[in-house]
Design a binder for this molecule. Structure first.
Ligand SMILES: Cc1cc2nc3c(=O)[nH]c(=O)nc-3n(C[C@H](O)[C@H](O)[C@H](O)COP(=O)(O)OP(=O)(O)OC[C@H]3O[C@@H](n4cnc5c(N)ncnc54)[C@H](O)[C@@H]3O)c2cc1C
Length: 475
């Protein structure tokens, strides 16, 4: 095996999208020694570079209206404490972006006294690169490395490091650090049909789960499809599944790592921000809110981790990195090309867990995943793409299995989540967040009522709610 590199620092930020660069900038400006790593160069296509550039806009006088819209669009599953943090932080977040040199068009309020969106002034495919460039320029001192993270190292319930593959030198890398920030984005590219570029495979969500952190509402995924067809398709029940499988594409993960108001997961020192997290928006989100989430909570995660790192000095026990290095070696030495398994998992996810599901389609996906587990262990190679695909295939296999486990629990249709065999929303007393956690015997599933601090009387959820429009069940 190639020699192992060891790096000591305060914080590793995994991901160089909007959330990761914002977190890196905030952590570095708080004085922490930060490394920012990514399995792709930061200017390569990612959901952030591909974004249209619409960002939630609001003023002090419209914060309550924005709060109501976010909660209602999410079918009342969003954590209202975090939604309040979110809406109150919007004006300062936009100012911060202007200070680092980002340019915006005039805001577009949705009506008089209503919040709306503001669009960045960059145009064209991958115009998000312009914005990332401003954030990167502002965080000059932060080194960025082409590393694929493979696992978070945890000892006695707290982070003590991170294992990664150095994609240039093809070597295992062990970071010794008290804090890791997962800004790895969502997992829409784990589905065969998607508008997300390659690489959005939910790696951080799986790494958090493997490290013992809680995940929330992983079954809630927003799919895009031609808006004008939704009502039509809804009315034709039986044909709905096949029609949406042919028209739709996976777009955005609403579920993910469960975090508190400091963006810390249930594992001490493990933070997450951006699309890798869940629980903020519930079962649907407003257009523009995803980028605002990345900037607001990316910054918060960076500051909180920098503060925590000042007083935490963990030591990695010898056996932990060795086991992680062995797992990396199986990737570097793998003699089966990862491409076919990668593609097969995406197809299984799309057919079984795509825009409209049934118990039968979910159970079929679980059975099919079981059939490729063995093959996965032998995939890998020494090429940069092979290494990345092999890491992704392993992570996606777990991700898709966890989505299936969570989906079996949600027997209702709410927001963007459609179950053909349970076409109505559950009652108010059945309103639950579904929580997954790795336990000794496998995946532990629990559920809790959502945090409702302000709006406590849920209205009827809108079906298909989210950035692709709404359909009221009443018509
Ligand atoms: C076509 C499109 C248009 C959109 N338009 C808008 C819009 O106008 N407004 C809006 O609010 N939202 C929009 N969204 C959603 C929004 O762009 C995303 O939710 C957001 O950019 C996600 O940012 P992020 O930083 O969380 O993750 P990402 O941008 O996905 O970045 C993830 C980073 O993590 C890295 N990474 C992942 N796994 C690993 C690993 N194992 N090791 C190392 N690095 C890793 C990746 O290389 C990448 O650098 C759009 C999405 C798409 C696809």
């Amino acid at each position: 095996m190639p020699p192992v590199s060891h790096i000591t620092c305060d914080i590793v930020v995994v991901g160089t999208g909007a959330a990761g660069l914002m977190a890196g900038l905030a952590a570095a400006s708080s004085g922490a020694r930060v490394y920012v790593i990514s399995k792709m160069p930061y200017q390569a296509p990612s959901p952030t570079t591909r974004a249209y550039g619409d960002i939630t806009w609001s003023e002090a006088g419209t914060a309550d209206e924005l709060f109501r819209q976010v909660v209602e669009t999410g079918g009342f599953l969003g954590d209202q404490r975090r939604v309040r943090q979110f809406v109150d932080a919007v004006p300062a977040m936009l100012n911060r972006l202007r200070i680092v040199g980002c340019e915006f068009d005039e805001p577009k309020p949705a009506g008089e006294g209503m919040p709306g969106t503001i669009r960045w002034s960059y145009r064209g495919v991958d115009s998000g690169q312009e914005l990332l460039q401003r954030l990167s320029d502002a965080s000059l001192a932060v080194p960025m490395w082409l590393f694929a993270a493979t696992e978070v190292l945890v000892h006695e319930g707290a982070v003590c490091g991170l294992a990664a593959i150095g994609l240039k030198a093809r070597e295992p890398v062990i970071f010794h650090c008290p804090c890791v920030i997962l800004a790895t984005g969502g997992g829409a590219a784990a589905f065969d049909r998607t508008d997300n570029p390659a690489g959005a495979t939910g790696d951080g969500i799986v790494m958090a789960y493997e490290a013992g952190a809680e995940l929330v509402d992983l079954e809630l995924i927003s799919f895009g499809y031609p808006k004008e067809r939704v009502r039509d398709v809804l009315e034709r029940g039986e044909e709905l599944r096949e029609e949406l499988l042919a028209l739709g594409y996976a777009h955005y993960f609403l579920g993910g790592v469960r975090v508190n108001s400091d963006c810390e997961s249930s594992v001490r020192g493990l933070y997450a921000c951006g699309e890798a997290t869940g629980g903020l928006f519930g079962a649907g989100r407003l257009g523009g809110a995803a980028l605002a989430d990345c900037f607001i909570f990316g910054e918060r995660a960076g500051h909180a981790a920098a503060f925590a790192a000042q007083t935490s000095h963990p030591v990695i026990p010898d056996d932990l990195p060795r086991a992680a290095e062995d797992r990396i070696e199986t990737v570097l030495r793998g003699d089966r090309k990862p491409g076919p398994a990668h593609e097969r998992i995406r197809q299984i996810a799309w057919r079984g867990l795509g825009p409209v599901t049934t118990r039968e389609s979910i159970e079929r996906a679980l059975a099919e995943l079981g059939g490729i587990e063995e093959e996965l262990a032998f995939t890998g190679g020494a090429g940069r793409d092979e290494m990345r695909l092999a890491v992704e295939a392993r992570q996606m296999h777990t991700l898709v299995r966890l989505i299936a486990v969570a989906s079996l629990q949600r027997e209702e249709t709410r927001g963007c989540y459609w179950r053909a065999d349970h076409p109505e929303p559950g009652t108010q007393s059945q309103l639950r967040n579904i929580i997954l956690r790795r336990a000794r015997g496998g995946c532990e599933v629990t559920s809790q009522p959502p945090v409702m601090t302000e709006l406590t009387e849920p209205t009827a959820p809108r079906i298909g709610a989210g950035c692709f429009g709404y359909t009221n069940r009443s018509g």
